[in-house]
Design a protein around this ligand. Structure first.
Ligand code: ADP
Ligand code: AMP
Length: 210
């Protein structure tokens, strides 16, 4: 299966895709993780991207499209893939189509995972991530076994700098402004599946797999 996961920040895209990865072995391409790695390594790309990320703005399309083209063309997708956090604008969606076409591939489904803004804000405020392996937790909903430590690799968990209330609200606005034409684009292709994200992870995973 070649899938795209759309949805506002905090919808649960990363959480659900990591469960599907564990159950089905489908690789997940997480655009935010790719960018955060560049930021942490202070590469030229990372420095540029950081200016947008810290404010909750979208990183310019040319940069993002360049990244995804390289990742897709260099990878092995025999087991399919899940794209998490890409595309986020119509131009990115159109570019993805072109890239996949040039590789003789196409998308199977586009999953729109939706939650109300208040749920997303509560989730993102309590989100903690592992800076080493990327695992995602929530202080109340999905706490780690040992407070502040990653279950998988033992590293100290951190709060993302853009998971602060002011930035969270801006990210939500940015998402809403850019995503409508993307949703229409995939709806017109008959690929869009809407899934309610405000319920237990297992239920969401089951519905997506069905
Ligand atoms: P996204 O990738 O869409 O931004 P995440 O998967 O990082 O969202 O989830 C955001 C936060 O919400 C995390 O702290 C995660 O632990 C928590 N979370 C994810 N899915 C659920 C769910 N179904 N119910 C409750 N909390 C959830
Ligand atoms: P995420 O981890 O998906 O919440 O993304 C974190 C931040 O990375 C976003 O707020 C954007 O600044 C940037 N980003 C991630 N994916 C994209 C994308 N497809 N297009 C533009 N910016 C992106």
């Amino acid at each position: 299966m070649r899938l795209v996961f759309l949805g506002p920040p905090g919808a649960g895209k990363g959480t659900v895709s990591s469960v599907i990865n564990a159950e089905k072995g489908i690789p997940v391409i997480v655009m935010g993780d790719i960018l955060r790695k560049e930021v942490a390594e202070q590469t030229e790309l990372g420095k540029k991207a950081h200016e947008y990320m810290k404010k909750g703005e979208l990183v310019p399309d040319d940069i993002i499209i360049g990244i995804i083209e390289k990742v897709l063309k260099e990878g092995n997708w025999n087991k399919g893939f899940i794209l998490d956090g890409f595309p986020r604008s119509l131009r990115q969606a159109q570019a993805l189509d072109e890239i996949l076409k040039s590789m003789g591939l196409q998308l199977d489904k586009v999953v729109l995972l939706d939650v109300p803004e208040e749920v997303a804000v509560e989730r993102l405020s309590g989100r903690r991530i592992c800076p080493k392996c990327g695992a995602v937790y929530h202080v109340k909903n999905m706490p780690p076994k040992v407070e502040g430590k990653c279950d998988k690799c033992g590293a100290e968990l951190i709060q993302r700098e853009d998971d602060k209330p002011e930035v969270i609200r801006n990210r939500f606005r940015v998402y809403q402004n850019a995503i409508k034409p993307v949703i229409e684009f995939y709806m017109n292709k008959g690929l869009l599946v809407k899934i309610k994200g405000n319920r237990p992870v297992e239920e969401i995973v089951k519905e997506i797999l069905e």
